[in-house]
Design a protein around this ligand. Structure first.
Ligand code: HT7
Ligand code: ZN
Length: 892
């Protein structure tokens, strides 16, 4: 298949006005009759209708009432080209599908005996021949027919117009979507499902019908999704003035799904993982994720559906913006300042842990990519999370009100259109009278900018000069980069740890301190050149700078802090994000020093801790842990050390075993030094009374359970008892799983029994069995042999993406010291699984294929086994485009 280039975009030769579809649903053979009314786009002089198709069986094709034969159209790579067509065309297309054979989970497929569709990005062409591209928007009417007993529920986008019996045990439902939409937002669902339903009154007074559809037996797990949906509706009205435009909004949960969820117009389809929750089966993190994903899909109704993407290179237009919106939604729902900071920290962690490596690896691409082989491979952390950071920077530069003005103008200009990232940038610029030309580089250039800061204090002149310099390493196809426009939020701390009043030389009076305005303690500097100096005046003592507050830009910022300055920032910075950041910087410094010691003598991880004096960090953490004025969830994130992946990224050469050894040694050192404080935190944060998922209760559980996990490093009888007691008495999955995790990573006598009892208690709950596999995949003692054994468990299958992810992905991405075993056994295992998945589900296979992206950063011996594994996959016959693209780029 050819590479697709952004620059080669051309408008469609034909637009589609209406689509009428009839489905005769049957698992073995489904018949689809589609009538499309097209009008020629007179902005082009092209008369060829292009209908995309993917593995489709064509039964018949009629144009304006005339049956077309093989000589009337061309079949090009599975697509239909009809040349010399008139300006007004009605096409009747009949196709047959085999849903039960469809393991790719794209197009129409079967899960647990029910029908579902997934059409983004290019799944609609697996259902019928169609101009399946997002800039072709049409109105849809859909008739569903199926056996009534087997498929009592028939759903599609929009409004239910009519339903009834057909005789012969079959029934029908007719749906009409009043809004025009691109084909990727089409959906149907049919089967044995039940729903929780509520009428909700919008701010305008209009009543809407909200439904959460699940398999029978799961109705006790829908309340949180419903609450999240209502919160989302309310939030979008309040924060962005955006109202739900339909009378009916449905969420449907499906157990077999490639991604998290899908924003089909009025009929969102969700992975069960992001719908089903009750205290028995879901953790606090699950509750938070459900709220975020329900919000995300709902917010797409405006950012994605009403205004969509012109082409798939613009994917971040809807995804970056919608992630930003869901992040703000979750933060606003938490409310408290420290809770908001924790949310920000969590989001930045995801970015650093996943997107920074992507941006430095062989699959690096800009937020608006220039080319792709398989679009499914571009649903990445760069498009989503870095895209969200790019949107956030507009808000940082323009302020909340300015950002809102930009959003209002974006909808005023583009409602009902398919547009580009440039259109969004133009709306932001025009609504605020700003020139955002340079900002385009965030869309066109890949790579994480590196910003170096230097501070010079002139005591006589009472000035501080802050010099910021930026560079960006080359990315595939992009050798030289131009400077980015980087908002750098800064503060200056005096000796008492208080923010100084900032007066920036040469800045307009309203942006900095003047006699009339109140003091400014944080300023957003705009770094637009390769190097720039900013001078602060009236500075009476040498300050400690707090840089990139609230992570104001997706860059790596370095400043030559001393250890004591970092400890000082940890205790005093008014910016909660940077207090955490200072702790992470200090811990990383110790960890990197320890990795050096451990590598020299691989078994000496115990002594590694002793060779590095971590007193400063330990004491700063003691202060944090015991500071009752800080929120519990905030204390928990401060106590969590940088992950092994984060440490790996900070090293020139990755030594997974040494990294693991160093991190474990530091965890043990902390456990020993802070044992009394951890015990006290554990007791103080027990909750009596029924489980509540609110942020405050979740924070208490998080702090209690992080204390437990540190204590478990001591691996002594008291902590075995404590963990066992928590496991046995827990009334919720958060505490259950935390206790089981603590047990499994110790030598506690009850750990095998606990694993077995957990399985038998939750055998009927697939999402909990996923957790059971994940916990074992990531356990310290789990090697490839253990994973192979777990794969033989009757509950394991590669066909279900959640299950494959729970074991295989968790091991390959979440247990680096075992996965990268020196003997290469992990890499050989990875190749086998990528190959096996390739023939079941290419999209999921390609995700797993990404696990060796960073192979060039490993020592020669490990590089060799990784290359061998990559070549083995590359040499596989019938490799999908999805996997081919990832492997080829990795090997280039
Ligand atoms: N917009 C949705 C993307 C999606 C998807 C893409 C490819 C294959 C399967 C998929 N399922 C969902 C998800 C979202 O961002 O909301
Ligand atoms: Zn999305």
């Amino acid at each position: 298949a050819p590479t697709i280039y952004r620059e080669q975009y051309t408008p469609p030769a034909y637009f589609v006005d209406t689509v009428d579809m009839g489905f005769d649903l049957d698992q073995v053979t489904t018949r689809v009759a589609t009538r499309i009314k097209l009008t020629r786009n007179d902005a082009t002089d092209d008369h060829t209708i292009i209908l995309f198709g993917d593995e489709l069986k064509l039964v018949s094709l009629t144009m304006n009432g005339t049956l077309l034969g093989k000589r009337d159209y061309e079949l090009v790579d599975g697509n239909l080209h009809i040349p010399g067509a008139p300006d007004q065309v009605t096409l009747d297309i009949e196709t047959v599908l085999a849903p039960s054979q469809n393991t790719s989970l794209m197009g129409l497929y079967v899960s647990s005996g029910n029908f579902f569709t997934q059409c983004e990005a290019e799944g609609f062409r697996k259902i019928t021949f169609f101009p399946d591209r997002p800039d072709v928007m049409a109105k849809y009417t859909v008739m569903l027919r199926a056996d009534k007993a087997a498929y009592p529920v028939l759903l599609s986008n929009g409004n239910l117009i009519e339903e009834g019996d057909l005789g012969d045990g079959r029934h029908y439902a007719l749906w009409e979507d009043p809004f025009k939409k691109p084909s990727y937002l089409f959906a149907l669902v049919a089967g044995k499902l039940v729903c929780q339903e509520e009428t909700y009154r919008l701010q305008s007074g209009r009543d809407v019908q909200l439904q959460v559809w699940v398999e029978p037996g799961n109705l006790d797990k829908t309340q949180h999704a419903m609450d999240s949906l209502k919160n989302s509706i309310r939030w979008d009205e309040k924060r962005f003035g955006l109202e739900l435009d339909l009378d009916r909004f449905m969420i449907v949960a499906v157990g077999d799904f490639n991604m998290g969820a899908m924003e089909n117009k009025g009929l969102n389809i969700f992975n069960t993982k992001f719908v089903l929750a009750n205290p028995r089966i879901a953790t606090d993190i699950d509750y938070a994720n459900i709220e975020a994903v329900v919000g995300h899909e709902y917010f797409h109704n405006w950012t994605g559906n009403r205004v969509t993407c012109r082409d798939w290179f613009q994917l971040s237009l809807k995804e970056g913006l919608t992630v930003f919106r869901d992040q703000e939604f979750s933060a606003d729902l938490i409310g408290s300042t420290s809770g908001r900071a924790v949310k920000r920290i969590d989001d930045v962690r995801v970015l650093r842990q996943n997107q920074f490596p992507e941006d430095a690896g062989p699959m690096a691409h800009s937020v608006r990519p220039d080319s792709y082989l398989e679009i499914n491979n571009f649903y990445t952390v760069t498009i989503y999370e870095k895209g969200a950071e790019v949107v956030r920077m507009y808000q940082t530069l323009l302020g909340r009100d300015g950002f809102r003005k930009g959003m209002d103008l974006y909808f005023a200009r583009h409602d009902g259109q398919a547009v580009t990232c440039n259109d969004f940038r133009a709306a932001m610029a025009d609504a605020n009278g700003r020139d955002l030309t340079q900002f385009e580089r965030w869309y066109s250039q890949a790579g994480t900018p590196a910003v170096t800061a230097r501070m010079d204090y002139d005591a006589a002149a009472k000035t501080v000069t802050l010099t910021l310099a930026q560079t960006c390493a080359p990315s595939p196809g992009q050798e030289d980069k131009l400077p980015f426009a980087i908002p750098v939020a800064v503060g200056l701390l005096d000796n008492a740890g208080k923010d100084m009043a900032l007066v920036l030389q040469g800045a307009p009076a309203e942006r900095t301190n003047s006699k009339r305005s109140k003091p400014v303690h944080s300023l957003v500097l705009e770094l637009t050149e390769a190097e720039q100096s900013f001078i602060f005046t009236g500075v009476t003592e040498k300050p400690v700078p707090s840089l990139l507050r609230d992570f104001s830009a997706p860059v790596v910022l370095t400043f030559d802090y001393s250890d004591t300055e970092l400890a000082f920032l940890m205790g005093h910075d008014s910016d909660a994000f940077n207090r955490w950041e200072a702790g992470q910087r200090l811990a990383t410094r110790y960890l990197l020093a320890m990795v050096g010691t451990v590598s020299a003598d691989k078994t000496a991880d115990q002594t590694a801790a002793a060779t590095v004096d971590a007193t400063l960090l330990i004491e700063a953490l003691r202060t944090t842990l015991t500071d009752q004025s800080l929120g519990q969830s905030y204390r928990e994130v401060i106590l969590t050390l940088p992950s092994e992946t984060m440490i790996a990224e900070a090293l020139p050469v990755i030594a997974p075993q040494a990294i693991h050894g160093a991190r474990q040694a530091l965890r043990r050192a902390l456990a020993q030094a802070l044992q009394p404080e951890f015990i006290a935190a554990y007791s103080a944060n027990r909750i009596d009374g029924a489980y509540q998922p609110d942020a405050e209760s979740a924070g208490k559980r998080a702090l209690k359970n992080v204390a437990l996990s540190y204590l478990a490093e001591l691996d002594d009888a008291p902590v075995h008892t404590l963990a066992q007691l928590q496991y046995d008495s827990a009334d919720n999955m958060t505490d259950r799983l935390a206790a089981l995790g603590a047990l499994v990573n110790t030598s506690a006598p009850g750990r095998q029994a606990a694993l077995a009892s957990f399985y038998s208690e939750f055998e009927a709950e697939p999402l909990v069995i996923d957790k059971w596999f994940t916990l074992q995949a990531m356990a310290r003692s789990t090697d490839v042999a253990t994973v192979r054994e777990l794969m033989r468990h009757p509950a394991f299958t590669l066909k279900n993406p959640n299950r494959a992810r729970s074991l295989i992905f968790s091991f390959c991405n979440g247990n680096p010291s075992q996965f990268h075993a020196i003997d290469g056994s992990g890499h050989a295992f990875w190749a086998e699984q990528v190959i096996a998945l390739n023939s079941i589900n290419p999209q999921v296979a390609a995700r797993l294929a990404r696990s060796l992206d960073r192979w060039r950063k490993y020592p020669p011996a490990q590089q060799a086994s990784m290359q061998e594994a990559l070549r083995k996959v590359a040499d596989t016959a019938a490799l999908s485009n999805d996997v081919l693209e990832v492997i080829t780029k990795a090997l280039t």
